[in-house]
Design a protein around this ligand. Structure first.
Ligand code: SF4
Ligand code: SF4
Length: 255
């Protein structure tokens, strides 16, 4: 009798065919680790919520395996754009006007997200077409990005900001006063990335966090500006989550 595999099981089975995925990392993807906590480390302007397994006393770290891996470019579910991205990509793709770029290269997407603190957020924004004939109906489907070539991303480094973020989930938290706004980031476990591993120390990932701190901070500022200028409509102003599709249980277990 055949058993129906969940999308996460399918994703991890596919990942395991090529990569060695530690058992603990698989269990985290399925929300099966009761000992999963987090340690917050501030690097630059960003608070990184680093997953920590209290049982074996191990951190979950990450290292990008590019160019041996390009899973995140083979299966993005959307490529939402900030105002900065639109200008960057308009130039990159040779459009004279913003309106021509938007008309030909983007779709309007609206999706809901319950990723953080169980708050349901509705986002509406422009998303770059991953295939030439993409429509809004394709949002949420895994589609290999048309800019992926045999030698990597064909538009690197002028690619949308969201492409720089994965597998981090960045968000902002603000109090009543704008000057208290903080930038945060944590990993998302979608089953697409084989780069997670375990270590007793945060030391190996510190250079990466230093590198990503500025990228994440700049990206969140760009998201904020895009929202202010109506390029992004979000039902809640403190959080942004893009690109990755994941069961909310994965995030809840990391809180
Ligand atoms: S899926 Fe993960 S390891 Fe692979 S290229 Fe993307 S970020 Fe790097
Ligand atoms: S634009 Fe480049 S980095 Fe982004 S998904 Fe496409 S190929 Fe990957």
């Amino acid at each position: 009798m055949s058993t129906v595999r969940s999308p996460m099981q399918e994703a991890l089975d596919e990942l395991s065919q090529k990569w060695d995925i530690p058992t603990e990392i698989s269990e985290i993807h399925f929300g099966k680790r009761d000992d999963l906590t987090e340690k917050i480390v501030k690097v630059g302007e960003v608070f990184f919520h680093m997953p920590f397994l209290a049982g074996p006393q191990l951190y979950v770290l990450w290292k990008c395996l590019w160019p041996d891996c390009h899973n995140c470019c083979e299966q993005p579910i959307r490529l939402p754009m900030t105002e900065n991205d639109i200008e960057l990509m308009r130039n990159k793709l040779g459009y004279k006007t913003k309106s021509d770029f938007i008309k030909n290269e983007t779709t309007v997407i609206t999706f809901q997200d319950k990723a953080i603190n169980d708050v349901l957020i509705t986002h509406s924004m422009l998303s770059m077409k991953r295939k030439k004939d993409e429509t809004s109906k394709d949002d949420g489907k895994k589609i290999s990005c048309r800019f992926l070539t045999s030698s990597g991303c064909g538009i690197h480094p002028d690619k949308p900001g969201v492409c720089w973020m994965f597998p981090f989930l960045p968000w902002r938290e603000s109090g009543d006063q704008w000057w208290k706004t903080e930038s945060h980031a944590k990993f998302v476990f979608t089953g697409a990335c084989p780069g997670f591993y375990l270590d007793k120390s945060l030391d190996p990932i510190m250079p990466t966090l230093q590198d990503y701190s500025k990228k994440i901070y700049d990206y969140l500022i760009s998201c904020h500006s895009s929202q202010r200028n109506s390029y992004i409509s979000t039902s809640k102003t403190i959080q942004y989550r893009f690109l990755c599709d994941l069961p909310s249980t994965n995030i809840k277990s990391l809180k």
